[in-house]
Ligand binder design. Structure first.
Ligand code: GLN
Length: 201
């Protein structure tokens, strides 16, 4: 069974864990660096990225997550996407820099303060998905290695880069399993690639 961690310091981690279980994975809550050992991949949930950053530092998890992301998939949603980005503005803050994209926080303004819309998601089966935005960031720049899976209003809102993924919306809130399944496929694929193979002579 695929084992996926959900960073459980702050924010919407319980809803992610429920969706992961419904999608057939084992979900574990991650609060310390040691909790990461069992996880084949990790979801960083939505919440408040400044608070999460502070807690990551306090738990000694900031560097541990960077290292984890060097070999295993991370999926950041909303605040989690902010933490994965290379550059963060409005205001500027430190981030893990695991995905080559720049994000601006709270950039949709009151218009998208909390809203559910249908977005074009050519990267997912079905081609579109209901997306819940809550004080969402905008991905202002996506580097050449970043593949856009979904867009809203001309901006990328669901992206992948190699083993990592980010959504500026909350895929854990609609009961649609497709986004989480997409991530779990990455976790499975990554585990298969990195599993040590025995050498026979
Ligand atoms: N606005 C929040 C932040 O900047 C993110 C909002 C969310 O995760 N729903 O951290």
């Amino acid at each position: 069974m695929v084992v996926a961690g959900v960073l459980a310091l702050q924010g919407d981690f319980e809803a992610h864990a429920r969706i992961l279980r419904r999608a057939g994975a084992e979900a574990i809550e991650v609060r310390t660096a040691a909790d990461l050992d069992a996880a084949g991949g990790l979801i960083i949930p939505g919440g408040e990225s400044t608070t999460m950053l502070k807690l990551l530092r306090e738990e000694g998890l900031f560097e541990a997550l960077r290292e984890f992301g060097g070999t295993r998939p991370i999926f950041g949603t909303c605040a989690g996407a902010i933490l994965l980005a290379r550059h963060v503005t409005a205001p500027a803050q430190e981030s893990l820099g695991l995905m080559d994209m720049d994000v601006e926080r709270n950039a949709y303004g009151r218009q998208l303060d909390s809203r559910i819309v249908t977005i074009a998601a050519p990267g997912l089966d079905g081609g579109q998905i209901e997306a819940v935005f809550i004080r969402a960031p905008i991905i202002r720049r996506a580097g050449p290695e970043v593949h856009v899976l979904g867009r809203y209003g001309g901006n990328p809102v669901l992206v992948e880069q190699g083993r990592h993924m980010a959504a500026t919306f909350h895929p854990e809130l609609t009961g649609d399993l497709r986004v989480h399944r997409f991530f779990l496929d990455k976790v499975e694929e990554n585990a298969a690639q990195t599993r040590p193979v025995s050498v026979h002579r």
